[in-house]
Design a protein around this ligand. Structure first.
Ligand code: FAD
Length: 470
């Protein structure tokens, strides 16, 4: 950066010093690799930071945090770069990029895994599954453990073993003043409480330690597609099946288009459909039996159900979400799968401007719902269903139509919903403060604000779903 503005020249000189302090690289706009490093998963979110600190250890993170605080720079923290609203980037500010801190150490005897704050679920799953263990994650392996865990974490093990954040047992955190906090139930229960759902508000988490569970290595996966024309019957049957379903099974109904791939009959490809997907984290025979009701509804377009290595299940949707495509997502919890919910799901699936977009119904409950609402900072645990609305498209000329569709769909469900979003899915928080307050619940929100005052009174970490200090 060369400019005649005094402040920026000073910042430039300071950045030189920061570069000297770091073990990792400091990338600036003129550096090779800067453009790759600043690129985020969502092509809709383009950011041009003043610098990107590729941290390699906690000391690097401390140096970068102190630098941002001293220079009053906007600070973004990047884990896997998958946040839909692009909160891992910032125009003109500093990005702390943790992607090189992706180590994973597994202690199979204690059933614990300690992972760097920039690891992805691919890193974590590969290491833990080598021991037949797993931590609950999401359903795409390229997602960062950092962002997903700190705001909850809904994946294939949610009903059996809870949310990802419920399995976070310890963390190392660099706070806004550069101090390092070793956090667990003994040392700082309140901060551990806040890290279980309170987002990136309290500092940079350089390591996360998870409780692991025996899983797989193969699990039974149901994957059955039916025509959208039959969605009323299919979703009705899905409701009946989920009514008293065993906790081993976590599932969702995805209203989508038949993939243009060899696995699917040619004459159906591209048609709107409903896909019932389920993971049975139990022995394979029992998984087969438990999932039969949704695979036997007659005349599926395709039924690809069967045993699958858990690691492969975690990667099954990766190709559907390439880097750089355009994405705008929202979500809201629902009190149940009523006939009206089914009718609106079908209607809004038919109205998609892009055939890549989906309307998803996530069946919740089980272990995640048995944790008391105040036991973690996470929001709605009681709702049995989450509606996810994903606009996915490629052409910038279609931006407006797709964003409008997502918003219209969420509005159409307003009166049928609990009004509480799942904070890992929103494309952008349109009414930030109120959305967060409602999502966390009043009591948790107030407690989060007190915690924020203790850890980050000047609100340095404010770009990701900001909880203002009390
Ligand atoms: C393709 C795709 C699939 C998804 N599937 C699921 C799913 O199945 N279940 C689910 O629950 N969610 C899912 N999500 C949502 C996902 O959980 C959020 O987008 C989450 O923010 C991604 O985390 P990240 O680290 O990759 O993102 P980033 O964009 O890197 O980080 C998001 C924010 O989290 C904070 N953060 C990240 N790492 C750290 C850290 N180490 N320390 C402090 N703060 C940190 C930062 O404030 C940052 O702004 C999915 C997202 C995508 C794009």
């Amino acid at each position: 950066m060369t400019t005649s503005t005094g402040g920026i020249v000073e910042l430039d000189a300071d950045l030189d010093r920061l570069a000297d302090d770091l073990t990792g690289e400091l990338l600036r706009p003129a550096d090779p690799g800067y453009d790759d490093a600043r690129a985020l998963w969502n092509g809709l979110t383009v950011r041009h930071p003043a610098a990107i600190a590729r941290c390699t250890d906690t000391d690097d993170v401390r140096a970068a945090v102190r630098f941002a605080a001293r220079n009053d720079l906007l600070l973004a923290v990047r884990g896997g770069g998958h946040n839909v609203a692009g909160t891992a980037g910032v125009d003109g500010g500093l990005v702390i990029d943790l992607s090189e801190m992706n180590h994973v150490e597994v202690d199979p005897a204690a059933r614990r895994a300690r992972a760097g704050g920039g690891a992805t679920f691919a890193d974590l799953d590969t290491a833990t599954q080598a021991h037949g263990l797993a931590a609950p994650g999401g359903v795409v392996s390229k997602t960062g453990i950092g962002g997903l865990t700190l705001s909850g974490g809904l994946g294939w093990l949610r009903r059996k073993h809870g949310l990802t954040c419920d399995n976070l047992v310890a963390a190392t955190l660099v706070a806004a003043d550069g101090t390092v906090h070793e956090v667990d139930e003994e040392t700082d229960p309140e901060l551990l409480w806040g890290l279980r759902g309170g987002g990136g508000n309290f500092g940079v988490v350089t390591e996360l330690t998870y409780q692991l569970h025996p899983v797989g290595p193969e699990v039974f996966v149901a994957f059955t597609l039916y025509p959208l024309d039959r969605a009323e019957q299919v979703l009705g049957a899905y409701r009946d099946w989920t009514d008293d379903l065993a906790d081993e099974v976590s599932s969702l109904a995805v209203c989508d288009s038949v993939p243009e791939e060899d696995d699917f009959p040619e004459h159906h490809r591209g048609e709107p459909c409903v896909i019932l997907v389920a993971c049975a984290a139990t022995d394979l025979d029992r998984g087969d039996t438990l999932t039969q009701p949704i695979r036997r509804l007659g005349d599926p377009i395709a039924d690809l159900s069967g045993p699958l290595p858990f690691v492969e299940l975690q990667q099954m949707f990766d190709a559907d979400y390439p880097d750089g495509r355009r994405y705008y997502w929202r979500s809201v919890h629902l009190p149940g799968l009523s006939d009206e919910v089914i009718a609106r799901t079908i209607e809004w699936t038919r109205r998609r401007p892009s055939s890549l977009s989906t309307v998803d119904l996530w069946h919740l409950g089980g272990a995640m719902s048995r944790v008391a609402p105040g036991a973690t900072a996470y929001g709605d645990r009681r709702a049995p269903l989450l509606l996810g609305v994903e606009a996915n498209w490629t052409d910038p000329r279609d931006d407006e139509a797709n964003v409008r569709w997502t918003r219209g769909c969420i509005e159409a469900f307003d009166e049928l919903s609990t009004g509480r979003e799942y904070l890992n899915f929103p494309g952008f928080l349109e009414d930030g403060d109120q959305t967060l307050r409602t999502a966390h619940g009043e009591a948790n929100y107030t407690r989060l604000r007190e915690l924020k005052r203790r850890l980050d009174p000047a609100n340095l970490f404010r770009l990701h779903q900001n909880i203002p200090p009390a």
